[in-house]
Design a protein. Structure first.
Length: 129
């Protein structure tokens, strides 16, 4: 099944879109996040650039416009990125919505339909706080 993944920085303001193929229609949120991150890293490693545009910041990088600037060129480890993404979810660094409904538990089983959009709402730290 093909799933549409969007990133939002504020409700309703889409910043990126990704199509994920091969997603089962019944999947745990945890596994969907891992699937998404694995695909991002595979795509990045196939054509590495100085800036990684993924869900979470890789170690040894700094925030930049449109992603994270790698301080030294390298390939990324998808499992390390996936672990960081799951930890970020647990720390409320981003929220996930499926078909407009917030999913709060990594172990919730999702029943995805072709028309569903999975949105990741990233929280941006406030300046000075």
């Amino acid at each position: 099944m093909r799933v549409v993944i969007t990133d939002e920085s504020a409700p309703g303001r889409e910043t990126s879109r990704l199509l994920l193929d091969g997603v089962p229609n019944r999947i745990l949120l945890r596994d969907l996040i891992r699937h998404r991150v694995r695909e991002e890293v595979v795509r990045f490693n196939a054509r590495p650039t100085a800036c990684f545009s993924g869900l979470v910041q890789p170690a040894g990088s700094r925030p930049a416009l449109g992603g994270y600037l790698l301080l030294r060129p390298r390939t990324l480890d998808w499992e390390a990125q996936a672990d960081a993404a799951l930890e970020a979810f647990e720390r409320n660094r981003f929220f996930v919505f499926v078909g407009g409904r917030q999913v709060e538990d990594l172990d919730e089983e999702l029943s995805l339909a072709d028309s569903d959009v999975v949105s990741f709402l990233r929280l941006v730290p406030l300046a000075g706080g």
